[in-house]
Design a protein around this ligand. Sequence first.
Ligand code: PRT
Ligand code: ZN
Length: 300
Amino acid sequence: METPEQRIKIAVQKTGRLTDHSIDLLERCGLKLTQSKDQLFLYGENMPIDLLLVRDDDIPGLVSEDVCDLGIVGLNVVEETRQRLLANGGEPRFRQVFELDFGHCRLAIAAPDGTGYSDLSSLNNQRIATSYVHILNDFLDENGIDAEAVYFSGAVEIAPKLGKAEFICDLVSTGGTLAANGLVEVETLLESEAVVIQTEERLSEAKQALVDRMLQRLDGVLQVRESKYIMLHAPRAALAEIRDLLPGSEAPTVMPLDGADDKVAVHAVCRENVFWETLENLKSAGASSLLVLPVEKMLA
Ligand code: PRT
Ligand code: ZN
């Protein structure tokens, strides 16, 4: 059994929008987990890897300070923490390693419907309510706008009704919350999704090897999500054209077909989705017996 120092820790949101996706992703990397009694951890049963369950806002800090070696968190939180650390003379000691394609949203400025907004200069001398003070101030500075960021820890969308601000700057996904509060988006500051961050602290050799192994598995799981294995028969004469039609595939395997000299079997891993249109185009180019299979695991 490893000592606690030899186990790696991954910071994951305890309860919220990212929780299920994050745990599911790590389980697909082969990690089997059991919950601790205090519900602060999920222990890895089959690998020396534990998940620390925390508020999403704490994740970049925990990774920066190497309390955790890796973390899964929204880019919005990563960027806000980075800007805050820099503004306070600190140093963000984490780096982003993967985008995860879940938790999509955008950080946007919105105004009550009917506000006369023409361009960024309309924000001059206005108050903007937000939980993302550092990203917002950075954006305002970059654009030479003189506006006041008013900190709100939650329910930012009611700030204009309370007379606390003329604009808000908050996360938007469907836009339903803005619409329900009579607000319209006027500017986008950041497109966000969940990302994996890694500490920049130097790790022991054993821990670094474990982190690298986990990152390689994550890479495999992320690649597999979009990948398909495609098999087809092709006339030799149409091989070049068919090869060009295979979406996102590297060198396909080409094999002879027993008793058919003018035809070959083509097998390829396509790293993009294979749509019906692609299959129809392949068929028009002469392909037959087309088969598309999901890929379960991949190790580059
Ligand atoms: O307790 P803890 O601090 O961990 O959770 P939290 O309440 O801060 O976070 P949570 O679970 O709400 O969100 C976690 C992460 O999910 C965020 O940091 C984003 O990276 C991502 N995410 C994706 C979102 C949204 N979509 C989202 N729509 N986070 C928040 N929202 C909120 C937004 O603030 C607004 O209130 O949903 C509302 C808008 O949604 P729509 O669909 O009406 O536009
Ligand atoms: Zn939070």
